[in-house]
Design a protein around this ligand. Structure first.
Ligand code: AMP
Ligand code: MN
Ligand code: MN
Ligand code: MN
Length: 354
């Protein structure tokens, strides 16, 4: 006999009884909410262009594989973004306001190689009623590739950290001049001066500023195209650069009582051996976390780096890597929650949250 409710139970109900919650979000609201109990259907990532055809409809934020959260991970933390102090286009204050509007509860500003925005970001977070962790994203050269290491919860006044960041920033101006010469050789003149117009911090001229100049001057339609055609290895505006060592970057962060995090691991063009070396050496130097849920990762990459976090005994971080309303596909505070089986990085930083 088949009575009412005797059909297959939705996966969300099965998981909820085990204390695991799937997640969903409404297109009208911002941020993610724990999903209601009775939803079935194919699960997919919801934040790509052209997805979510029905405005206001609940839209699943998870896999083809089930991507579940546990209550300890239901926190809208956004621990990776950039302001005008590096290569973002918004001020720390405007970012704090945007984060708050998007439901962020715990925030970190992580400018490249620079902590000059930290005081303003903390004050702005406090004015918005958001909890705050200090942050920076350090450029590192590892196995011939640029790797980014995010530091969270450090003492931003720590002298060794500040000196290390200063040393890492040095050389950007010369590199930028060389980039400009490379571009001039293919007929793009005045790129150094053009890029400088977009720079908020004269010590932090980056490829992003060149990309904005090339878009403004009509050479390319969007920044992605500029990187593809002009600013990546083998292209006319690319100049190889030696950044900090992995060991130094991790030591500056941990020496200042912070936690070091491997940023967006799926973006590096490593062989499996090189990636294994990155994770092993990072861990050996005292690194403690990896970004699993981040703006440039696919759902498959969430799953892959959730596995890596478990394999290497690392905590997990979550951050949009937001740079600009005009350029970034992932807004502050809009990513899925961290997978439930992982330790969130904020658990390691409980006493560093301001
Ligand atoms: P730099 O530190 O000067 O080498 O610049 C690196 C920055 O360029 C990164 O932090 C990103 O913000 C940006 N970037 C790198 N690759 C791309 C890309 N393919 N499209 C858009 N922005 C990119
Ligand atoms: Mn950047
Ligand atoms: Mn990065
Ligand atoms: Mn970044």
């Amino acid at each position: 006999m088949t009575g009412r409710g005797a059909g297959p139970r939705p996966v969300s109900v099965i998981l909820a009884t085990a204390g695991i919650h799937l997640q969903a979000r409404s297109r009208r609201s911002t941020g993610w909410i724990p999903a209601p109990d009775r939803v079935e259907g194919r699960l997919r990532r919801n934040d790509g262009p052209g997805r979510a055809k029905t405005p206001g409809a609940l839209d699943w934020g998870v896999g083809p594989k089930i991507f579940a959260v546990s209550p300890k991970n239901i926190l809208n933390a956004d621990l990776h973004c950039h302001s005008v102090v590096s290569d973002g286009t918004l001020s720390p204050e405007a970012l704090a306001e945007r984060a708050k509007l998007n439901g962020v509860e715990l925030w970190a500003l992580t400018d490249h190689d620079e902590v000059g925005g930290q005081q303003r970001a903390l004050a702005a977070a406090q004015a918005q009623g958001m909890r705050y962790l200090t942050g920076a994203e350090i450029s590192v050269t590892f196995a011939g590739e640029t790797v980014h290491i995010v530091g969270l919860g450090f003492d931003a006044d720590d002298l060794a950290l500040r000196q290390g960041l200063l040393a890492t920033r040095s050389g950007r101006r010369e590199r930028a001049q060389e980039m400009s010469e490379g571009l001039a050789q293919v007929g793009i003149r005045g790129a150094y001066e053009g890029a400088l117009k977009f720079v908020g911090n004269p010590e932090l001229i980056s490829r992003t500023h060149f990309a904005r100049f090339l878009v403004e001057s009509g050479v390319c339609k969007e920044t992605n195209e500029v990187f593809r055609k002009y600013l990546t290895e083998g292209k006319p505006g690319y100049v190889p650069h030696r950044w900090a060592s992995l060991h130094n970057a991790v030591s500056w962060i941990t020496g200042a009582q912070g936690v070091a995090v491997i940023a967006h691991p799926a973006r590096y063009k490593f062989t499996p051996n090189e990636e294994f070396a990155l994770f092993s050496e990072f861990k050996a130097h005292g690194g403690q976390a990896v970004e699993v849920v981040t703006g440039s990762h696919s759902v498959q990459e969430y799953v892959r780096y959730a596995e890596a976090a478990k394999e290497f005994g690392l905590a997990a971080s979550r951050g949009s890597d937001f740079h600009s309303p005009d350029e970034s596909h992932t807004d502050l505070g809009t990513l899925p929650f961290l997978p439930g089986e992982l330790t969130p990085v904020w658990e390691l930083l409980a006493d560093r949250i301001q």
